[in-house]
Design a protein around this ligand. Structure first.
Ligand code: NAP
Ligand code: G4F
Length: 338
């Protein structure tokens, strides 16, 4: 029988790709989903219908902030591996909802570690914590690596630093297998539409299809190290297969600005971004992270992991996907039933 994994955040971008990967690897996958008045399982519905009969994917209602229910669930499922991907993951929103963000990102991670500690008394479990390059904030060293000091710039990043240290503390204090993946930005056609890359590819596709005329953005000069989410979930899995728990940076080693990404995407649709992009100060942040650039040489050496999709390819995948989507939208809009 395959291993059992428990994924928090399974309905998100990374959770959906990770569930696919683990199912391919014959895992039994359990996922935590929040109850909401409309379904939030769009990214995993196709997996559920494919493997439903085999019972390889099971979803459970819960919330990272409800530690008691989370512990009950973990003790019932008895996973071999826990991937804690659940979070209020939007940096800009974390300024509007700082306490809630800290509850999910910080205390939520602690709830997962506590549940794992209790399970660990009767069964060995490995925990992956979704740490973030945002923890480097106003960077103190470039490129950023595992030894670079953290200097967080947002409530979200402060929560991630807290969760990072708790993960290390549980590893040391309770001799648990608990690892941090310090992941730089990774995107895809499943990226939430309010993150900047997807906002750009969605808008460019809609502009090309005649559905939209302008794209309003904030700081175009911020630079990010952007990779493809599918490559990064493979890295998460490799982190938990390593013989000992440790912390790893996953990144591409290349940084580009938001402006560069706009240019790349609009050019693929034979458009000039300067004709469509306008600045709206509402999208500026109280404090900005100006530059992220990761050094993933430890992951390459110890895990054999590298990011295999470059930025041009990533932009192409997302732009094509979102142009197709916009064309379907345009078609549906113009469809007049008999
Ligand atoms: P995402 O698409 O925003 O997904 C977040 C997931 O967390 C969703 O499934 C969401 O559920 C769930 N969630 C939110 N609040 C929750 C709560 N209180 N209890 C339980 N689940 C909750 O994020 P992502 O891009 O896949 O990122 C995955 C993780 O990696 C996050 O922890 C993020 O902070 C971290 N990270 C991401 C990146 C990146 O570039 N993508 C880089 C570094 C680290 P709903 O569907 O119900 O909203
Ligand atoms: O796409 P973003 O919102 O991603 P950000 O803030 O880098 O955070 C993402 O990556 C982190 C890893 O480093 C994750 F931990 C986190 O969960 C999330 O996945 O913004 C990227 C940059 C920022 O500098 C922002 O100021 O784009 C700039 N930007 C410019 N205009 C915008 C916009 N960002 C958004 N979301 N929307 C805009 O209109």
């Amino acid at each position: 029988m395959g291993k059992t994994a428990f994924i928090t955040g399974i309905t998100g971008q990374d959770g959906s790709y990770l569930a696919e990967l683990l199912i391919e690897k014959q895992y039994n996958v359990h996922g935590l989903v929040r109850r909401s008045s409309t379904f939030s399982t769009e990214r995993i519905d196709h997996i559920y219908s494919d493997v439903h009969e085999r019972g390889q994917l099971r979803l459970h209602y819960g919330d990272l902030t409800d530690g008691q229910a989370l512990t009950n669930l973990v003790l019932e499922i008895e996973p071999d591996e826990i991937y804690n991907l659940g979070a209020q993951s939007h940096v800009r929103v974390s300024y509007d909802q700082p306490v809630y963000t800290l509850e999910t990102v910080g205390v939520g991670a602690l709830n997962v570690l506590e549940a794992a500690r209790l399970l660990n008394r009767r069964k060995h479990v490995r925990v992956y914590q979704a740490s973030s390059s945002e923890m480097f904030g106003e960077v103190l060293e470039t490129p950023q690596r595992e030894t670079t000091p953290f200097n967080p710039q947002s409530p979200y990043a402060c929560g991630k630093v807290y969760a990072f240290h708790q993960t290390v503390n549980y590893r040391r204090g309770y001799d648990m297998y608990a690892s941090n993946g310090i992941l730089f930005n990774h995107e895809s056609e499943r990226r939430g539409e309010t993150f900047v890359t997807r906002k750009i590819t969605r808008a460019a596709g809609r502009i090309k299809a005649g559905l939209q005329s302008k794209l309003y953005l904030g700081n175009l000069d911020a630079k990010r190290d952007w990779g493809y989410a599918k490559d990064y979930v493979e890295g998460m899995w490799r982190i938990l297969q390593h013989d000992e728990a440790d912390d790893f940076v996953l990144a591409t080693g290349r940084t580009e600005s938001v402006r560069d990404f706009c240019r790349l995407v609009f050019e693929q649709l034979d458009l000039n971004y300067e004709d469509y992009v306008e600045i709206d100060p509402r999208y500026f942040r109280p404090a900005e992270v100006d530059l992220l650039l990761g050094d993933a040489s430890k992951a390459k050496e110890k895990l054999g992991w590298t990011a295999s999709t470059d930025l041009e390819e990533l932009a192409q995948i997302m732009t094509q996907h979102d142009f197709d989507l916009a064309q379907r939208e345009a078609h549906a809009k113009n469809f007049v039933p008999n």
